[in-house]
Design a protein around this ligand. Structure first.
Ligand SMILES: Nc1ncnc2c1ncn2[C@@H]1O[C@H](COP(=O)(O)OP(=O)(O)OP(=O)(O)O)[C@@H](O)[C@H]1O
Ligand SMILES: [Mg+2]
Length: 393
């Protein structure tokens, strides 16, 4: 095939792929601008707010809370996350960290591709937002998978200036705030990514080689510029050891490593640990130490029907001890189906598969995310009393 025919073929395929993405989005959660986060029933709301349903109704009656929207038949339509957060403010049950507590900056990292990094990062971000934390999810991957889960088609909807890229390359920009955008989840903000971020890898590598090692610190600086507004900042890096991944490691103060229990993934995670060890050394030599408060492994995409996987899970448990989260994220058709709609499981109003599969999936997603939430809270002195009351400390 002649060169021009090849490029025509590829560009044709590219534009048709964009059409397909647009279609999947339309069939699923729709465009970012029109999306709405799920509503919560009064009983779930009461649980999330930390007050009884009666206390909420009382506050609505006496005007401390606005009256809730009702259907024509007089039924409550359910509360939005924004309404729930308003209740938390009125009742004093917001779980925010104290200003002296360190904002958690969690890198969901493994240099292996397809292990579930973006899935874990987006579900964790939305879980924490539902719990009432102030969360920022930073998509550091030019593939833009996390961005897609919020209803954007990165190559159509996101410009280079909407991403991390301008901040990282221009020392004159003093804050990352300009690219932090609200999402349809109250309290959850996103820094989106698109393919342009791939150029950052090359540009940064060249400039760092030409004696600008401090560039590896730019993402850390950007995060420092917004951290006061958030409890948790989650970083979703690309699956390779490049300058962006190094920047992510430098910026993070916590590391969550998704790892499917297969021999191939286990092998690459072992290499990841070796590379991490070298990376930490290399960054330290440049005067850019990595200071992790905690590190956890999370078994993902597990199929416990397979004896080999069960065996490997046992091995991982022995090896990683308590750094391996107790919960295993099983391979679930619900996650697959939600992502095919450019959505997360938390966003689904009803099961895509069966109620049972959906419930099972929700149960282990919530359990894994609760474990992570607890590890984060354990680093916050202001949460010590509450953790004692909950019997965790
Ligand atoms: N527990 C799971 N059950 C079913 N499908 C899953 C699960 N976790 C992830 N997936 C699917 O696997 C694919 C890869 O997941 P994901 O994009 O999260 O991995 P990743 O590590 O971020 O990949 P990359 O390295 O390319 O960034 C996606 O299609 C996702 O929907
Ligand atoms: Mg990813």
């Amino acid at each position: 095939m002649a060169g021009s025919a090849t490029t025509r073929l590829i560009s044709g395929l590219y534009s048709r792929s964009l059409d397909v993405l647009g279609l999947l989005r339309q069939r699923g959660g729709g465009e970012a601008a029109t999306r709405q986060a799920p509503r919560f029933s009064i009983s779930r709301t009461a649980q999330l707010v930390g007050r009884t349903a009666a206390a909420i109704r009382e506050a609505e009656k006496d005007g401390r809370l606005p009256t809730v929207a009702r259907t024509e038949s007089g039924r409550r339509v359910g509360y939005t996350l924004a309404e729930i957060n308003q209740m938390r403010a009125v009742f004093g049950t917001r779980p925010w960290r104290a200003p002296e507590d360190l904002a958690a900056v969690i890198a969901v990292q493994n240099f292996k591709g397809g292990v579930g990094k973006s899935t874990v990062a987006t579900h964790l971000a939305q879980y924490l937002a539902i719990k009432g934390y102030r969360v920022c999810l930073i998509d550091c991957d030019s593939q833009g998978s996390a961005t897609t889960m919020f209803g954007y088609v990165p190559d159509l909807d996101i410009a280079e200036d909407d991403t991390l890229y301008p901040f990282i390359r221009n020392a004159e920009i003093s804050s990352l705030a300009g690219v932090v955008r609200p999402t349809h989840w109250d309290g959850l903000f996103l820094v989106p990514a698109n393919l342009k971020l791939y150029s950052a890898e090359y540009e940064l590598a060249a400039r760092i080689a030409r004696h600008e090692p401090a560039l590896l610190n730019r993402l850390a600086e950007g995060i420092a510029s917004i951290a006061a507004h958030f409890d948790v900042i989650i970083l979703d890096p690309p699956p390779a050891l490049g300058t962006l991944s190094l920047s992510v490691m430098r910026a993070a103060n916590a590391l969550l490593v998704p790892i499917p229990p297969t021999v191939v993934d286990f092998t690459s995670t072992t290499s990841f640990l070796a590379m991490l060890y070298e990376t930490i050394g290399a960054l330290e030599e440049r005067g850019l130490p990595i200071d992790l408060r905690w590190m956890r492994f999370l078994a993902t995409r597990a199929d416990e029907q397979k004896s080999m996987q069960r065996e490997l899970l046992g091995l991982m448990r022995n090896l990683f001890g308590e750094t391996l989260l107790r919960t295993v994220l099983k391979d679930s058709a619900e996650i697959d189906n939600a992502s095919a709609r450019l959505m997360t499981v938390y966003e689904l109003e009803q099961p895509v598969t069966s109620r049972e599969t959906y419930q099972r999936c929700m149960t282990y997603l919530n359990a894994a995310n609760l474990e992570i939430e607890t590890v984060v809270r354990l680093t916050w002195p202001s949460h010590a009393d509450r953790l004692r009351e909950e019997g965790i400390l």
